[in-house]
Design a protein around this ligand. Structure first.
Ligand code: HEC
Length: 169
């Protein structure tokens, strides 16, 4: 105990052992921290994120017509068709009016017969539309309500009247 040499040997051994212990602990600690770091940085890696997204990807995407989606389209589902498509003036004319007004059957003023339409157009569009919607027993013949197509909307019939007028002046 009283030997100074013995004492100093003990200290240096102690310090060496302590240093080795600390180095080993640091080594393990750095290893753990490094491992944590690696997996941490992976999360920001675009490739890693893409792989995760791929893993949690849904089986299919529903595409609604008229809505854009960024993901690829796997299932295409069309939106329900409107119950009845609204017809344009020319469409209504060609399906419901042309039979009589095409050539002027049974006293109907022919579309494009400007002379026949001048006095009728002069009545004003409100009366023209009313006659087309309600029907007209006139001097030249009988115009049935809506040309017989009561299933069509007022707007569709009026669009057809506008089309006839456009073609007849
Ligand atoms: C069954 C034959 C027939 C069909 C179909 C028909 N019309 Fe007529 N339309 C007539 C006749 C006939 C007249 C003339 C009546 C009169 O003035 O004596 C007439 C007149 C008109 C007039 C002029 C009314 C006025 O005030 O002078 C308009 C507008 C008109 N029809 C629009 C239409 C439209 C629009 C359709 C189709 C949705 C249609 N018609 C389908 C027979 C028809």
């Amino acid at each position: 105990m009283g030997d100074p040499d013995q004492n100093s040997v003990n200290w240096s051994t102690l310090i060496t052992v302590a240093a080795i212990s600390i180095a080993a602990a640091l080594f393990v600690l750095l290893g753990v921290v490094g491992e944590l770091n690696r997996s941490g940085s992976n999360r920001d890696d675009p490739e890693f994120q893409a792989a995760v997204l791929e893993n949690i990807r849904p089986y299919g995407w529903v595409a609604i017509t008229g809505q854009s989606i960024e993901e690829e389209v796997v299932i295409e589902v069309a939106t329900a068709e409107p119950a009845a498509e609204v017809m344009s003036g020319p469409q209504v004319y060609n399906t419901a009016c042309i039979a009589c007004h095409g050539t002027g059957i049974a006293g109907a003023p022919a579309t494009g017969d400007v002379a026949a339409w001048v006095p009728r157009i002069a009545q004003g569009s409100a009366l023209l539309n009313e006659h087309a919607l309600q029907g007209l027993q006139g001097d030249t013949g009988y115009m049935p309500p809506k040309g017989g197509r009561v299933d069509l909307s007022d707007e569709e019939i009026i669009a057809a009247v506008e089309y006839i007028v456009l073609k007849s002046q």
